[in-house]
Write a protein that binds this ligand. Structure first.
Ligand code: PEP
Length: 256
């Protein structure tokens, strides 16, 4: 049985003070509850220490949105995986479509980053998904296969178990347009079959595959209720404690 993961990607929002308040509000709503899955927040780098300070004792895990493809050296403006680990980070999002689109990051960058995240004993959340033109052209599965092929076969042994996938159809990110539960399930089942093909049936059975793209309290239960959807990567709705916890409630309703 896979534990669900509801992960908030705060993107370029929430400085240390606002982030501390948001994490405290989420923690307050979840404290004392027995959750059947994992809840994660991924603040901007500078906000990580403030969130780490208030999340102590709460069932809220700490993540980062990106990391450098190097551990140290002359890479101005970068933050190394080892530094994130030292700051208390447990998960790092890699390959978000905004990294591909605005920063020109490539599959090779993502593969290198995932290796370093694993070398630090952290878990990577690898994002992938097709853009609208690719879906309209009937190429969604082909695109997803290529994106997973670039990363998965390199993972060996235990590292395969330290990867979470996040299927994020780019046309659904921040647009208010959500994949239907049927569309999500179809792509998740396809993804899981690819994981089985590339890494074996046991890894596929255990790998959590999150859905991302305009997930909200009102649609979370139905999406996460699909057999191959193991939680959500949440952008906009992670910025309000009530909405974010509403999505956690949706996930709990599926399990409970
Ligand atoms: C995201 O950017 O990962 C995301 C899913 O954003 P939103 O929930 O706002 O669509």
């Amino acid at each position: 049985m896979r534990r669900y993961l509801v992960a908030g990607n705060w993107k370029l929002n929430m400085g240390p003070q606002a982030g501390r308040d948001l994490a405290a509000a989420v923690g307050e709503r979840l404290r004392g509850r027995t959750l059947h899955g994992d809840v994660l927040v991924c603040p901007p780098f500078v906000t990580i220490p403030a969130v780490a300070a208030v999340a102590q004792g709460d069932p809220v895990l700490l993540g980062a949105q990106n990391c450098a493809a190097h551990e140290q050296g002359a890479y101005t403006g970068e933050v190394a995986p080892g530094m994130l680990k030292e700051a208390g980070v447990q998960y790092v999002i890699i390959g978000h479509s905004e990294r591909r689109q605005y920063y020109g990051e490539t599959d090779a960058d993502f593969a290198a980053k995932i290796d370093l995240v694993h070398a630090q004993g952290m878990k990577a959340i690898f994002c992938y998904g097709e853009v609208l033109e690719e879906r309209k052209a009937g190429r969604a599965e082909e695109v997803v296969r290529a994106q997973l092929q670039a990363v998965l076969p390199r993972l060996e042994g235990p590292n395969a178990y330290n990867l979470v996938l996040a299927y994020e159809p780019v046309w659904a990110i921040g647009t208010g347009e959500t994949a239907t539960p049927e569309q999500a399930q179809q792509m998740h089942a396809f993804s899981r079959a690819l994981v089985a093909e590339m890494l074996g049936a046991d890894v596929a059975e255990n790998m959590r595959i999150l859905y991302g793209g305009s997930c909200k309290p009102g649609n979370a239960r139905e999406l996460i209720g699909q057999p191959d959807v193991d939680g959500g990567l949440i952008g906009g709705a992670s910025l309000k404690a009530e909405d974010f916890v509403g999505i956690v409630d949706g996930a709990e309703a599926v399990v409970g």
